[in-house]
Design a protein around this ligand. Structure first.
Ligand SMILES: Cc1ncc(C[n+]2csc(CCOP(=O)(O)OP(=O)(O)O)c2C)c(N)n1
Length: 550
């Protein structure tokens, strides 16, 4: 018998969604049954719903299709909520399907019931509850459209268990062509003139370019117009970081000296970025609400244009389409803006210069990160968790497309390992390296079980410092010497890595760093446990500036 669940699964398959991530629940057994025996939709069994959600987000970023996680009602949905929040902040298309209590129990405070509209109302783009079988097709159509359009984001669909198994004759929903808005010809002319005339232009490139052809088009555009490029928060893989036109990233640690130069920009061209808190340095670059320079904001979602910073020109279209339109027809032969780009490069290089650490309590993790950069395959994928260990990764790894950097824009701990598992599952031939702290590893490290099951050749590097370092740094600065709630004891992490079937390499001292290249380039799964220096990251004196991290 064809059921609602079959219509749902057929619709996912029709949209090229070939993998779903789940932790099972009795509330959606009918859906699991509809997935049984399907070789076009792979069911990945996870160990925690946050892991399932994070895997779906990483998969979405790599496939450019909505990530899908299936979870049970109440407890399962609660565990998955971190992925809903992360999808919203990271702008990732995500569909969370929740098995709901039977229709007869809905809104009666039944066992494990939640009103998902209220629960996710503030963080999901749309929340639906399907209480009539014939509405599944319409719900899926809208869910897929909403998740992937504008600023992509999370959609939650709750489906009562008896609706999932109800008869449903509806055919799979076929994919719709994307909705495309084209830039107005007069806007292209104006932007072309402004770009030609600008002396100190700057592009801020954001997530709207994270798609096939996005970084190539950006690179060609930057070279053609000789305009330097900065990337928005944690989008380092959009532009070759060693390129002479790369001006760096806007993140948690931009020094005032660099910002002073950036404020001299006379044309800020924002391509596919939302201009959120961190990218804009707490809404100070550009100036709120009337920027000090001319601003052109291009985004597929017109709703994000001119909402904090007034734009001289707002263009609601795909930024890749805009760049292609501006590239035609004849090449621009204006002067190379070498002085300007040279000053930006100088700031970039000052930030990226490796630091010297005079410490004897372990390995400054920056040294590990430098080695990762040196031994990253040309198409390697780095996944990051949140924590102070990650701060150097945003400075010293010279990412270049098609290399990828998957880091939680929302700063969610627990993202790194599941993201690496999903990346390796999607691209088993590519080198996948996960950087994670001991705090984050103990949140979702259990997803390495999926790596065993699927024989994934992951490289996991754990920075062990027995503390929630990132928070401890803030604590030490704000409450010197009053350590509370930020340190912890660890189980034997090397034994845990071995128990998951990984070859284990321990690095306790700087001298032992020479073990790293072999582990990073070995064929099979590798677990690299680094005894990280605390002294290298903590302020030596109160009030000493520290590198901000999350
Ligand atoms: C889910 C979640 N909980 C708490 C935080 C706050 N937080 C940010 S970084 C951090 C510490 C990370 O510790 P660890 O993974 O050991 O890395 P380290 O900072 O020591 O390098 C914490 C607790 C967060 N970002 N996400």
């Amino acid at each position: 018998m064809r059921t609602v669940s079959h219509c749902l699964v057929d619709t996912l398959a029709a949209h090229g969604i070939s993998r779903v991530f789940c932790v099972p629940g009795e509330s959606y057994l009918g859906l699991l049954d509809a997935l049984h025996g399907r070789d076009d939709v792979d069911t990945v069994v996870c160990r925690h719903e946050s892991g399932a959600g994070f895997m779906a987000l990483a998969d979405a970023r790599l496939t450019e299709r909505p990530g899908v996680a299936l979870v049970s009602r109440g407890p399962g949905a609660s565990n998955a909520s971190i992925a809903v929040h992360t999808a919203q902040q990271d702008g990732v298309p995500f569909i969370l399907i929740v098995g709901q209590v039977p229709v007869s129990c809905v809104r009666r405070d039944a066992f494990q019931e939640i009103d998902y509209g209220r629960m996710f109302g503030g963080i999901a783009k749309w929340v639906a509850e399907v209480t009539e079988p014939e509405r599944i097709a319409e719900t899926m159509l809208r869910a897929l459209r909403v998740a992937a359009s504008g600023v992509p984001g999370p959609v939650v669909i709750a489906i009562p268990e008896d609706i999932l198994t109800a008869p449903c004759a509806a055919a799979a929903v076929a994919p719709q062509p994307p909705v495309r808005a084209a830039p107005a010809p007069s806007d292209l002319v104006a932007l072309g003139e402004w770009l030609r005339d600008a002396q100190r232009p700057l592009v801020i490139a954001g997530s709207g370019l994270e798609r096939t052809g996005g970084s190539e088009t950006l690179c060609a555009f930057a070279e053609r117009w000789q305009v330097p490029v900065m990337v928005s928060f944690r989008r380092h893989d959009l532009f070759p970081n060693a390129h002479p036109l790369y001006a760096g990233d806007l993140g948690l640690a931009n020094p005032e000296r660099q910002l002073a130069v950036l404020r001299e920009t006379d044309l800020l061209l924002v391509l596919g970025a939302r201009l959120s808190d961190i990218t804009t340095q707490g809404y100070t670059f550009p100036r709120l609400v009337r920027p000090e320079m001319r601003v052109v904001h291009v985004h597929a979602d017109p709703a994000v244009i001119g909402t904090h910073f007034s734009a001289d020109l707002g263009i609601g279209c795909d930024p890749v389409m805009l760049m292609n339109a501006l590239a035609a027809p004849s090449p621009w032969a204006g002067p190379v803006r070498e002085t300007w780009t040279g000053r930006l490069r100088e700031e970039r290089d000052r930030i990226r210069a490796p630091r010297h650490f005079d410490v004897d309590d372990g390995v400054p993790f920056e040294r590990v990160v430098i080695a990762v950069g040196e031994h990253l395959a040309p198409d390697g994928i780095v996944t990051l968790d949140a924590g102070t260990f990650g701060a150097p990764a945003y400075r010293v790894i010279p990412f270049a497309p098609p290399q990828r950097m998957l880091a939680p824009i929302a700063g969610a701990m627990g993202f790194g390992v599941p993201a690496a598992v999903a990346a390796s599952l999607r691209h088993p031939q590519r080198q996948v390296v996960c950087l994670v702290g001991d705090g984050g590893f103990l949140m979702t490290g259990s997803e390495l079980a999926v790596a065993i099951e699927r024989r994934l050749p992951l490289k996991v590097i754990v920075s062990e410092n027995h503390m929630y370092g990132s928070i401890r740094i803030h604590q030490e600065r704000d409450y010197p010497g009053r350590v509370n709630g930020t340190t912890f004891a660890n189980p034997d992490l090397a034994a845990i890595g071995a128990a998951y079937g990984f070859a284990v390499t321990r690095i306790r001292t700087i001298d032992e760093l020479d073990r790293l290249p072999a582990a990073l380039t070995a064929d099979g799964p590798q677990f690299i446990l680094v005894e990280s220096s605390v002294a290298a990251v903590l302020p030596r004196r109160p009030a000493e500036p520290v590198e901000r991290s999350q």
